[in-house]
Design a protein around this ligand. Structure first.
Ligand code: GLN
Length: 487
């Protein structure tokens, strides 16, 4: 067997360009790996082998004509939250187990236009609600570094598949940390761009004011290539921002001398595992060697982010998920007595318990008499949280800290304790509430499990984040590590 899976997108692209490999060969290689290994991980819900081979053949033709771009012929996987025409799009839910999307999400269209080959759709927490990938209707996803532990969530299937090199890269979405937290727990690189940078059209909505798509890959360089294709205005999404897309690879090599890195005191307090902190401090030392300056800062309202998020996100999800009623598409209960029985049983049987918990909390927070006390208050506090960042970015260029308070936890460890589960996003959620770009990069290991360093930037500073990440990855090789059982 060849070692295509040990290579990143840039390296695979060079092989394609030089004629040392064809897209069909790469695609067959990754499909074979999925068949060989995914029983252990459960990272895919659907594998689209035939469509992938057809797309790979078309890519090979394009390469022959000399019209290939850097992503032409590269196989990747899509989180099953993105609508894919003619292919099941389940969002990890029984509610959509029978749903074949009639159209492509804009992210899918754009990546198709860039020449990528879709390998399949990855497993995820139901409707992207979760931090461990245990809420999926299709069963828990395993972390390839230790299959007794969770990969993080909700883009856990994408993270697990990339970490085990069943796909060179994948797409994810991040509402409160779902790209960064699983990237951290699985030892891969992921970036959540500024809210509005990438179109949400065809991306099944969880919390519309927070949801944002992004790439998950082996390196900052790969993420930059994918982001180049994914970002940009789309008139089909009214919250998508009409702003030119820079070439995200252009500044990767910029030296970091003089970079001001803010370290929020709140990210290094009680609740952070000591062995995770050690790895993060070592990474920060590396940045010092690269010429950066470390500056202590404060984000005094950080403690509000989890409670605020758990009002805003459920409120929005309760509205977004009202469309799943058994009428037009999705799950419908057997032999309904009447219309009300169809609504209640279809939703009662189609949704899992975490989704129901969120719908109930959200409906309550939006109801008359409680709206002002909960939803409105949460929206006001959102501004307070954003203002903390605004002040911080007057003094620093980027903010760093751990992505998650601990390494991957055991499957089942937190599934009966929602609050402890919600706290695993304590460092990521504020970034979504403020709409800022954030990323996670592999920074080392604690007890054999990956640790992620979170880098947050100011609005539309994705290029800078990728530069800061790439410089670190140019002098370390944590991002190159592959779990032994999958190497
Ligand atoms: N873990 C958070 C939640 O459960 C965030 C999920 C996400 O980003 N999609 O809502």
């Amino acid at each position: 067997m060849s070692d295509f899976h040990k290579k990143n997108i840039t390296e695979l692209s060079a092989l394609l360009k030089n004629g040392e490999a064809s897209s069909v060969q790469l695609t067959e290689h990754f499909i074979a790996r999925i068949k060989q290994y995914d029983d252990k991980l459960n990272s895919f819900i659907t594998v689209t082998e035939d469509e992938a081979i057809t797309a790979a053949k078309a890519a090979d033709e394009k390469i022959k004509t000399g019209n290939a771009g850097p992503l032409t012929g590269i196989p990747i996987a899509h989180k099953d939250i993105f609508c894919t025409q003619g292919v099941k799009t389940s969002c990890g839910s029984k509610m959509l187990d029978n749903f074949i999307s009639p159209y492509d999400a804009t992210v899918v269209t754009k990546l198709k236009q860039a020449g990528i080959v879709m390998l399949g759709k990855t497993n995820m927490d139901e409707f992207a609600m979760g931090s461990s990938n245990e809420t999926s209707y299709y069963g828990a996803v395993k972390n390839p570094w230790d299959t007794g532990t969770v990969p993080g969530g909700s883009s856990g299937g994408s993270a697990s598949a990339v970490a085990a090199r069943l796909a060179p890269a994948a797409t994810g979405t991040d509402t409160g940390g779902s790209i960064r937290q699983p990237a951290a727990l699985c030892g891969i690189t992921g970036i959540k761009p500024t809210y509005g940078r990438i179109s949400r059209y065809g991306m099944i909505a969880f919390a519309s004011s927070l949801d944002q798509a992004g790439p998950m890959g082996q390196s900052a360089n790969d993420c930059a290539l994918l982001l180049n294709a994914m970002a940009g205005f789309d008139e089909k999404d009214s919250t998508c921002i009409d702003k030119e897309v820079p070439d995200y690879t252009a500044d990767l090599e910029k030296p970091l001398k003089g970079l001001r890195i803010g370290l929020p005191k709140e990210y290094f307090e009680k609740g952070l595992d000591a062995d995770v902190e050690k790895v993060i401090r070592a990474a920060l030392d590396e940045y010092k060697k690269l010429g950066a300056e470390l500056i202590d800062i404060e984000l005094p309202n950080s403690g509000l982010s989890v409670p605020v998020y758990y009002v805003v996100a459920p409120a929005e999800c309760s509205a977004n998920l009202s469309r799943f009623d058994g009428v037009r598409y999705g799950y419908r209960c057997e032999a309904p007595k009447d219309l009300l029985d169809m609504y209640t049983r279809s939703r009662g049987e189609g949704f899992g318990s975490e989704v129901k918990r969120r719908i109930m909390v959200g409906t309550y927070a939006l109801s008359s008499g409680y709206y002002d006390a909960y939803y409105l208050k949460a929206q006001q506090l959102r501004h307070v949280i954003s203002d903390d960042f605004k002040k911080a970015f007057e003094k620093v260029d980027v903010i760093m800290g751990p992505t998650a308070p601990s390494t991957a936890f055991k499957i089942g460890e937190k599934s009966d304790d929602p609050v402890s589960m919600y706290l695993s996003d304590i460092y990521t959620i504020a970034v979504n509430l403020a709409g800022l770009p954030g990323m996670s990069i592999p920074a080392g290991f604690a007890n054999g499990k990956p640790v992620g360093l979170q880098i947050t930037g100011n609005y539309f500073e994705e290029g800078r984040l990728l530069n800061v990440a790439h410089q670190y990855q140019s002098c370390t090789d944590w991002h190159r590590a592959i779990p032994e059982d999958f190497s």
